[in-house]
Design a protein around this ligand. Structure first.
Ligand code: ZN
Length: 223
């Protein structure tokens, strides 16, 4: 029996959204703003890695993940799509709207603990910008610098590791900062806290209308 009257509408409505999309899909890399720089630096990836905002069951923004991961959470029934990107994924037997914002169905306690110390998280904390000369680069163009060099007892900790361009890294070499007159840290390196994540989510999200309403509802503590 031929049961499924397939809804051709959805399938044919959007051809391949990928190429030459005339109308301003958010991807067009026209002018470059700071937010865009950060966004491109941190997430310079194809569609499946487009950043997706993750909300707790309480609608509180808690994280950003790639679209691929977000889709897995949605398909597993762990999260649900709150906002769509507009793009549709055509897989073998289904079409799935790519999420832009997802919400976890079960409330997750967010520990006050910091994130794992990793290269990726340090670059994220430092917004992919060299902490000495402030240049914003892609992850591949950055290295990690031990503020107190390892050769002089410096540890691999949140407080002693910063994102650094190769130029500055070479210039600094094995010297301590107080031995250099022309190099200074842009800011004191700290562990990656939820506060840091929120700040980054806002910075990235300010370029994305669909995210905004989830990111700005909290009262900011007076600075
Ligand atoms: Zn630099």
């Amino acid at each position: 029996m031929q049961s499924g009257k397939m809804r051709k509408q959805g399938l044919s409505g959007k051809r391949h959204a990928g190429h030459g999309g005339g109308h301003g899909a958010g991807h067009a890399s026209g002018r470059v703003t700071t937010e865009r720089d950060v966004r491109v630096g941190v997430f310079r990836q194809p569609a499946m890695q487009t950043p997706v905002l993750v909300l707790n069951a309480s609608y509180e923004p808690i994280n950003i993940c790639g679209a691929r991961r977000a889709l897995v959470l949605v398909l597993k029934g762990v999260a649900r799509t709150e906002e769509e990107q507009g793009a549709v994924l055509h897989a073998a037997r289904m079409r799935v709207a790519m999420p832009s914002v997802i919400r976890l169905l079960e409330y997750r306690r967010i520990p006050h603990q910091t994130r794992a110390l990793s290269r990726k998280n340090i670059l994220l904390r430092d917004r992919n910008s060299c902490q000495y000369c402030s240049v914003i680069l892609t992850a591949g163009e950055l290295t990690l610098d031990h503020v107190i060099p390892r050769s002089r007892g410096g540890l691999s900790t949140w407080e002693n590791l910063v994102a650094c361009c190769h130029n500055c890294n070479r210039r600094k070499g094995n010297q301590m900062l107080h031995e250099l007159t022309d190099m200074k840290l842009q800011r004191e390196p700290r562990p990656f806290s939820l506060h840091t994540s929120r700040h980054i989510m806002r910075m990235i999200g300010s370029a994305d209308a669909a995210w905004r309403k989830y990111l700005y509802f909290e009262a900011e503590p007076a600075a």
